[in-house]
Design a protein around this ligand. Sequence first.
Ligand SMILES: Nc1nc2c(ncn2[C@@H]2O[C@H](COP(=O)(O)OP(=O)(O)OP(=O)(O)O)[C@@H](O)[C@H]2O)c(=O)[nH]1
Ligand SMILES: [Mg+2]
Length: 502
Amino acid sequence: MSFRSASSTTKRPVIDDPLTLALLPPRHESPDARSRRMRAEEEAKRVSDAIDERLREEKAAAKKKNVVRLLLLGQSESGKSTTLKQFLLLADNRAFAAERNTWRLIVYFNLVRSIRVIVELLEAEIAPASEADLDYGELTPTSRDPDVMQHAQTVKELRMRLSPLLHVEQQLISLMSLSEEADSAPAVRTPPMSPPNSPSSTSSESEFFVRPNSNWKRNLSRRALRFSKPRSPKSSSISSQPADGGIDWDDKDDPGRVVVAFADDMKRLWEWKVLKRVLRRQRRRLEDEGGFFLDDVDRITSRRYIPTDDDILRARIKTVGVTEHEFTLNRPNERPVDWKIYDVGGARSQRAVWAPYFDDVNVIIFLAPISAFDEKLQEDRRVNRLEDSLTLWKELFSNPVLKEVPVVLFLNKCDILRAKIEAGIQVTKYVPSYGDRPNQFEAVMKYFKTKFDSVRKQSPVISERPVFTHFTSVIDTKTTASIIGHVGDMLIRENLKSSKLL
Ligand SMILES: Nc1nc2c(ncn2[C@@H]2O[C@H](COP(=O)(O)OP(=O)(O)OP(=O)(O)O)[C@@H](O)[C@H]2O)c(=O)[nH]1
Ligand SMILES: [Mg+2]
């Protein structure tokens, strides 16, 4: 809305439009009258501009009011993107239908990466002692497992034999990178985060990521379907690719062909007792790590493999930057609610971008993977992952902007926590304050919750603000759907209390 003043000129233009004429200044206007008129017009313009501004603000507020804006926070691999996938599935149970062929490639990528991690673990075990391995007290190499050392030649041959399979990882990275370059946002591999001499700084420490909103999935899917390019009339009648994707047996470049060809090698390697010994020695539980598919080799290497929803939830691709997703959730007997979810990267280098979202969201889900009590941060091998989660949680509660924002805490990866406890891992060894409490799943869960509760209670800013805590395993669709329902109910209750939300 704006008022326009017609300019007063001494010489009146010849105008035959009646409305324009009506707005012209009076014919014989005195200087006083002219300045009064000009002041009035300026005032009218000021009022008009103020109204314009208020309308803009009201429109933006109304727009915000109808949308629940949710920010997912937590360290890397805490389960943020997996939680987002659960929301998308809940909004539309066919959410992944068009993406399965893309996820097939990601599952292969995760599977082959596990093989590379294993080969590198074995190689590190048989490598000649380096300076980093020396025990400076005694000036002797740290003890090597002779049972493993006697397989040194086998390990060397293994890399040779598996090289076509290891090459698939590079092939898939190129495909994903090219997909990104198509959107002029090239993908980058994260550099190893540990100090160069750290024993754990093998190349398996670096992790591939894709940039947000770069349409990498769509492009990768298109590239995946390149494998089903138009065939000659002779071959088009009998296509060896399933209609919804899967391996194209006519294309020698389809990565699935190599993955299938190495199925037995992968299974044998995973069952190799020497490997199990190395993993035990290094206290490495690959089966608890994101994107682990070695227990499903038979299924994944079947000739017509299409990922299930569960596979997609378990597949791992690291987030960098912030991705935004909008959708509508319809719940029985409730009015539909529009959601906008911000999924951020959780690695340390990514956390600087979180704060600007704090005052623009009306709920935060913070994910803390409590199974990580015995793990170190990939970015800094000196820091325990549970400690890092608590530090982040503390920082969240010292931010005054969040006084008004309800926070939901997901103490996540409870399934892995249970598996670790059942495997006999002693919590007190990694968390000495646990003392001689029973090394039992429920007791450990409760103890970790009290730690998060006490951080909140000590917060100088928001100690009174209620926090809604859930024990979660966000790869589990059924329980996560019900927890998401509770989050929705909580928002409605909070809305009634404060009339600020929804
Ligand atoms: N077993 C199990 N796996 C989980 C759980 N939550 C997440 N995962 C897996 O852990 C891996 C990492 O999860 P993501 O959702 O990618 O983690 P993120 O927080 O988005 O990580 P960044 O993008 O690096 O910040 C994935 O392979 C998930 O399938 C859980 O509760 N249980
Ligand atoms: Mg993520």
